[in-house]
Design a protein around this ligand. Structure first.
Ligand code: SF4
Ligand code: SF4
Length: 379
């Protein structure tokens, strides 16, 4: 019989250091300990979600306390060769973490924060959707990657969690290009599965103590979920996140394709859910830690003839909109748009908000992710 994927659910009601440290330590023990996962001489890369520079309370990035306490555990266990890096949506690692507290933790622990210096073309023949990736050079010098992801909503994929966090391995502007190569939620998800299988992070830890709901992953609202999740199976981990927010995992492309392509499983009967207090059924976990009010897209996507026609004619599709009163005309949305001829630009001059050309728009929602003023909504 196939082994079940273990997901560790760690109740944690604040970012108080002792609490986070204690929870992570208990979680690692339930997974068999760090030594079962990583050898002492391996080079380790910590990959938090560092989407863009934002106040920590806004829940845009993985909380510094989660990164700091996990780094502390690594160091205490004798892991010396550790770095931290991400290919951020806007800015780079050192700029995004500056002043968040993550920089202080890393300095104290002697863990260098690294900006990927160049992109290396990396063939991946086994890929179903993507046969190569442009990966950060420093990532390729590493033996073991640990993904420290954030529990957030996402306009394209409904959620961003463990599987989606790996997009930050793609170097710089090649991330934007990925959206043009894989414009649909399904093709983008399949590419992400290939990427996870290519890079193969050893462990995924999700910060869901304060999650992001609504207009995520950059402009949503913080909401307390008071849990961290830990697993070596990113699909199983994300599927537990889905269930906790009353979203069917099979409706999330990264879970659906992740299972089909063999990255992991979203199926309840194939997941063992453990807490420091013992094993829990999924129903018990949802009852105890779930949030039915969590603001996430739960609408069913239909693939009938009418839906296909509507899509072809660009009717009834989700679209980004700019709320004029919030817009500061910074142009970040325009720069983030991966369509070469720009589907959003200052057509009416810089005294006015940018304007969308929905005929050109591929609905990647990079503009909405990057807007610093929460001025872009997807409707
Ligand atoms: S990123 Fe946001 S604030 Fe900046 S120009 Fe675009 S809509 Fe306006
Ligand atoms: S306008 Fe926004 S959603 Fe449309 S292609 Fe550009 S970045 Fe993507």
């Amino acid at each position: 019989m196939k082994n079940k994927s273990k997901v560790i659910l760690l109740p944690c009601n604040s970012y108080r250091e002792e609490l986070v440290y204690d929870s992570l330590k208990k979680g690692l023990k339930l997974l068999g300990g760090l030594e079962a996962l990583i050898s002492k001489d391996e080079k380790i890369l910590l990959k938090p979600n560092l989407l863009k520079r934002a106040e920590v309370e806004k829940a845009v990035i993985t909380h510094p306390a989660v990164v700091g306490m996990f780094g502390k555990l690594l160091k205490e266990e004798g892991y010396e060769r550790v770095i931290l890096a991400d290919s951020c949506g806007h800015g780079n690692t050192t700029k995004v973490i500056a002043g968040t507290g993550m920089d202080t933790y890393l300095q104290e622990l002697g863990i260098p924060a690294v900006d990927f210096s160049e992109g290396i073309r990396t063939p991946y023949e086994e890929g179903v959707q993507a046969k190569e990736f442009i990966l950060g050079k420093e990532l390729l010098e590493i033996n073991c990657v640990i993904s420290l992801c954030k529990m957030k909503t996402h306009a394209l994929e409904r959620i961003t969690g463990a599987v989606k966090n790996s997009y930050g391995f793609i170097y710089g502007l090649h991330k934007a290009k990925g959206h043009t190569l894989f414009p649909s939620a399904d093709s983008f998800a399949r590419m992400l599965i290939d990427l996870n299988q290519c890079v193969n992070p050893r462990l995924y830890i999700m910060d869901g103590i304060t999650a992001m709901e609504g207009n995520g992953p950059g402009s949503g609202d913080p909401v307390d979920m008071k849990v961290m999740l830990m697993s070596t199976d990113p699909v199983a981990l994300d599927s537990v996140f889905c269930r906790l927010v009353h979203l069917k995992p099979q409706m999330v492309p990264t879970c659906y394709h992740g299972e089909k392509m063999g990255l992991g499983t979203w199926k309840e009967e194939e997941i063992q859910l453990l807490t420091p207090e013992g094993e829990l059924s999924m129903a018990e976990a949802v009852k105890k830690y779930g949030n039915p009010e969590f603001n996430v897209d739960r609408r069913i996507v239909k693939y009938g003839i009418w839906e296909k026609m509507a899509k072809a004619l660009n009717l009834f599709q989700k679209k980004p909109y700019i709320e004029e009163s919030r817009c500061i005309r910074c142009g970040i949305c325009v720069n983030s748009c991966p369509v070469p001829e720009k589907a959003v630009d200052f057509k009416n001059g810089k005294d006015h908000p940018p304007v969308y050309n929905y005929k050109k728009c591929i609905r990647c929602f990079c503009c909405q992710e990057m807007c610093p003023e929460k001025a872009i909504k997807v409707k």
